[in-house]
Every structure is written in structure tokens, then in C-alpha cells.
Design a protein around this ligand. Structure first.
Ligand code: FAD
Ligand code: FES
Length: 279
């Protein structure tokens, strides 16, 4: 339960109110994570918040991308290099990209809304790298197809990564709800761009992260298009306290999201849960 101290080494504003912070262990590091897992980050004196890992690096470096919505996230977004935060984790389930089987079986379509791209960032980089390696080795690989949405252009995060993934062979569609005069990308909800994302339904795997309403309509749209529900994964979000399946705070129907999620297959149970309101 005790958080380990980490020093903030770098911060980067991604969009208004959204900051990526890189941290390194002051002593013992937490164990290695899988893409999609989350940590409990402590802003000392204020409390803890569940924050997904958006990256990692050598010597125990961890990267998290935080949206300022309240006391803890505001302190994390305002942290400066040299400040110390606490870390417990990693917790929960991941996207399951580590073994590479998704791309062996077909295309992978990744749909993200807003800051929902943060928990998918590491998984997308791993998929793009794996596909490049497969093509070099002349082995079979599906395509990586990304549909990334944001409310407005200025709220898009990870612009450099989007360019890097496209250069690495991913099919990247970026769309905003409200374009400005300079916007040259897609317009409209991510669901209206699924058909043009360029993926083959047979054998496809889908990874979805964003607001619940967006995940609900995206998952339904993919099922209607023919993607098998058990090959669709969504990321659930509930208020967390212990992160260890002890307190019951994150219960959602039969699931404890800190243990059984955040990444879950889109079963009938999950489809029903996605319409339930936060307790
Ligand atoms: C598994 C998981 C991964 C997450 N990953 C990220 C991430 O990568 N980046 C990020 O910025 N945020 C992430 N969050 C959300 C983050 O945990 C909350 O925004 C944060 O705890 C808010 O704390 P606060 O003290 O700043 O604000 P609070 O005052 O605690 O909350 C501000 C408002 O947000 C609501 N809220 C708080 N937590 C949640 C939640 N989990 N789900 C829905 N509403 C909530 C509160 O009800 C309140 O209305 C994640 C949450 C979970 C469960
Ligand atoms: S956060 Fe305590 S049981 Fe999940």
C-alpha cells in the first residue's frame, strides 16, 4: 500500500489542461507494467489518483498523461522537474498486445477519444513496431488502423506520435467534432469514420478507450460491421481507492475494475455495464 517516491524529470503540456509527466525512481522501482495498466499516483498532502501509464523508459522511467479535473490531478499537472510524487502499481489488466497474436490473426483497429489515447499510446507503439518487424522478416502481419478523435484540434494529444505511427505504416484517421479554419483532417465523431479506417473485419481485433458513450457506440458499430465481440476490448473507468481489490470502491456490477479491468472484453455483461452510471 505504501507509495514509492519518484522524482519528476520532465513535463510537457499536450493540450490545455493535459500534461505528460515523466518520473524516475528515487530508490526502489515498481515492477514492470503491461500496456494498458495503471498506477496510483500520490500528490503528497492531497491524495492519490488512478492514472494509466502512457509510456516508460530506461532506469525505471515512467510516463503518465494527466488531465486536470480536481485537486490531485491539478497538483500532478502543476508538478515541476525535481518535485517528488508517490507511485503504487502497476494495477489491473492490459490490452494484451505483448504476445503479438493480434496482428498474426488480422488487423488491429484502435479507436481513441480525447485523453483516451494516453492508455493506448504504448500499445500502439508496440503494434506498429511489431508490424514493421514482421514485414522486414517477410512474415504475415495485419495492419494497424487508428481512428483518433478529439472535440477540437487543440485538444488532440501526442501529435508527434501520430506522425511517427503514420510514418511507421499505421493507417491513421484523425477527426474532430468542431474544426477550426486551419483543420485539414476528418470532421465528426469517431464512429462516423470507422468504415473508412481501412481494416479487414475477418480476424480483426479492436481496442477502444474514451468516454463511455463513445466506447458504447464504437463497440456497437464494430459489432454491426462484423467484428466478433470477444475480439473487442474497452477500458472501464471507476473511482479507485485501494487498487488491490480490497475496498470495493471500484465495483461495477460483478466486476472490480481495479482487478478485472480496466481493460475488459466487450461481453454482453460489459455492454450492459457501459450504460450504467458511476456509483
Ligand atoms: C483505471 C483508470 C485509469 C485512469 N487513467 C487516467 C489517465 O491516464 N489520465 C487522467 O488524467 N485520468 C485518468 N483517470 C481518471 C483519474 O483517476 C481521475 O480524473 C482522478 O482520480 C481525479 O482526481 P482529482 O482529485 O484530481 O479530482 P476529484 O475531485 O477526485 O474528481 C474530479 C471529478 O472527476 C470525477 N472522477 C474522479 N475519478 C473518476 C473516475 N475514475 N472516473 C470518472 N470520474 C471520475 C469526480 O467524480 C469529480 O466529478 C483514470 C481512472 C481510472 C479508474
Ligand atoms: S479500488 Fe478498492 S476494490 Fe478496486
Amino acid at each position: 500500500m505504501a507509495p514509492l517516491p519518484y522524482r519528476v524529470t520532465e513535463t510537457q503540456e499536450e493540450a490545455p489542461g493535459v500534461v505528460t509527466i515523466s518520473i524516475s525512481p528515487l530508490g526502489t522501482a515498481i515492477p514492470a507494467h503491461r500496456h494498458g495498466q495503471f498506477n496510483m499516483l500520490t500528490a503528497f498532502g492531497l491524495g492519490e489518483s488512478a492514472i494509466s501509464l502512457s509510456g516508460s523508459g530506461p532506469e525505471g522511467k515512467l510516463v503518465h498523461t494527466v488531465r486536470d479535473v480536481g485537486p490531485v490531478t491539478s497538483a500532478l499537472c502543476g508538478a515541476r522537474p525535481g518535485d517528488v510524487v508517490g507511485v503504487r502499481g502497476p494495477f489491473g489488466t492490459g490490452w494484451g498486445v505483448e504476445d503479438g497474436s493480434f496482428l498474426e490473426e488480422g488487423d488491429v483497429v484502435v479507436v481513441a477519444g480525447g485523453i483516451g489515447l494516453a492508455p493506448l499510446r504504448g500499445a500502439i507503439s508496440a503494434l506498429v513496431a511489431r508490424r514493421s518487424a514482421a514485414l522486414e522478416a517477410r512474415t504475415r502481419s495485419g495492419n494497424v488502423c487508428l481512428v483518433i478523435g478529439a472535440r477540437e484540434p487543440q485538444q488532440l494529444i501526442f501529435g508527434d506520435d501520430l506522425a511517427r505511427w503514420a510514418a511507421g505504416g499505421a493507417r491513421v484517421t484523425v477527426t474532430v467534432d468542431i474544426p477550426d479554419a486551419r483543420w485539414r483532417g476528418g470532421v465528426g465523431l469517431v464512429t462516423s469514420h470507422l468504415g473508412a479506417a481501412g481494416f479487414e473485419v475477418e480476424g480483426a481485433t479492436a481496442l477502444i478507450c474514451g468516454p463511455e458513450i463513445m466506447m458504447r457506440f464504437t463497440a456497437r458499430g464494430l459489432v454491426d460491421a462484423g467484428v466478433a465481440p470477444e475480439r473487442i476490448r474497452v477500458a472501464l473507468e471507476r473511482n479507485m481507492q485501494c487498487g488491490l481489490a480490497w475496498c470495493g470502491h471500484c465495483q461495477l456490477g460483478p466486476l472490480l475494475v481495479c482487478r478485472d479491468g480496466p481493460v475488459v472484453p466487450y461481453t454482453d455483461v460489459v455492454a450492459d455495464l457501459l450504460v450504467q452510471r458511476e456509483r
